[in-house]
Design a protein around this ligand. Structure first.
Ligand code: SAH
Length: 327
């Protein structure tokens, strides 16, 4: 599919059903019917960055900040592995309190458990990424957010798109399963740039791609912006499945926030992964990257049972494997 074809499909609402069915079929043929669950640990909401769309940006002084200790992170991880999770994802703001040594201690502690480990802790140096890998990290998530340089620069004060690209290519070079993705519906974002985002996923040969609609947060400069479009986000996701048939694609939490059946619709339109939150309920409301996050008060055990039921109800099952990319 070339750029113009992608743009045409993204612009044409009459092609939606065809697109979602095709992506679902390609998902079935290439990665099968099992759904991989990844247990998400949101271990710190402290962030030095100023991303204009994110509720955790450092300028937001309305959010109560928290950090989990190494022991709390390890006990959260143990609990999740005991529930059956075969992959854990450690996510946080860009919080320098967790320096290289501390991160490596956490990583090697978690890798003593029977689980694959994904990191999602932002832009770090090549040396940091190398040290995390040596300690046992398997995968890394770093969304490019948008490949439109002008938009990227406006959205991320003090950051550069070149560094974001560099980080992604460094992660690939170091042998991580590398995940990226974009936001859909950022103010001033164009359909053309979304097509470029999809082509970038292909150029990187991303192993995982997460697509989420933008949801405005009231303590950010975009408090008065509208929600991203759920269906457009779903189309970007479906096109990504068609272009990268064997990768892992999550049905994102942001999709479910905008549509009560969002994750199930996504699983039937190309997605094969869900990332339930396994963080303790006392911290959940504080990790507010956008408002109205789902399952805020649900204990990890409840979340797992709930999503398992939904997945079974559409004739799919939960994988008992680590869920690496199928080559
Ligand atoms: N600090 C890490 C993790 C960021 S949070 C990093 O830089 O990679 C994970 C994702 O949440 C981000 O990549 C972004 O795409 C998404 N996000 C942030 N603010 C959002 C908003 N207002 N609406 C929807 N998604 C948002």
């Amino acid at each position: 599919m070339n750029r113009q074809e992608i743009i045409d499909i993204l612009s044409d609402k009459t092609k939606n059903d065809w697109l979602f069915k095709t992506a679902n079929q390609i998902r079935h043929e290439n990665v099968g019917d099992e759904v991989h669950l990844r247990g998400l640990i949101e271990f710190s909401n402290i962030c030095k960055r100023q991303c204009k769309y994110c509720g955790l940006r450092s300028a937001n002084n309305k959010v109560e900040r928290y950090r989990l200790s190494v022991n709390e992170i390890l006990s959260t991880a143990k609990n999740a592995v005991a529930m059956g999770y075969k992959t854990l994802v450690l996510q946080s703001g860009e919080d320098d309190y967790y320096d290289t040594d501390k991160m490596c201690e956490i990583i090697s502690g978690i890798k003593k458990l029977d689980t694959a480990l994904t990191l999602s802790i932002g832009e770090k140096t090549y040396e940091d990424y190398k040290a995390y890998k040596k300690s046992g990290a398997d995968r890394y998530l770093l969304r490019i957010e948008t490949t439109d340089k002008k938009l990227y620069t406006n959205m991320h004060p003090g950051a550069s798109i070149e560094n974001r690209f560099n980080c992604l290519f460094n992660l690939k070079k170091l042998g991580y399963e590398t995940g990226t993705g974009c936001l859909v519906g950022l103010p001033d974002q164009t359909i053309e740039s979304l097509a470029d985002d999809i082509l970038f996923f292909k150029e990187l040969d991303a192993d995982m791609v997460g697509i989420g609609p933008f949801i405005p947060h009231k303590e950010t400069p975009f408090k008065d912006a509208g929600n991203g479009d759920f269906w457009l986000a779903l189309k970007v996701m479906a096109l990504t499945r068609i272009i990268l048939p064997n990768i892992n694609i999550p049905a994102t939490t942001a999709m479910e926030t905008l549509n009560p059946n969002g994750r199930i619709i996504a699983l039937q339109s190309g997605a094969n992964v869900v990332m339930p939150n396994v963080t303790g309920v006392e911290y959940r409301p504080k990790y507010e990257i956008y408002p109205n996050k789902i399952c805020l008060n649900d204990a990890p055990e409840k979340c797992r049972g709930c999503i398992e039921g939904k997945i079974n109800s559409i004739g799919r099952s939960i994988s008992r494997k680590y869920g690496f990319r199928k080559h």
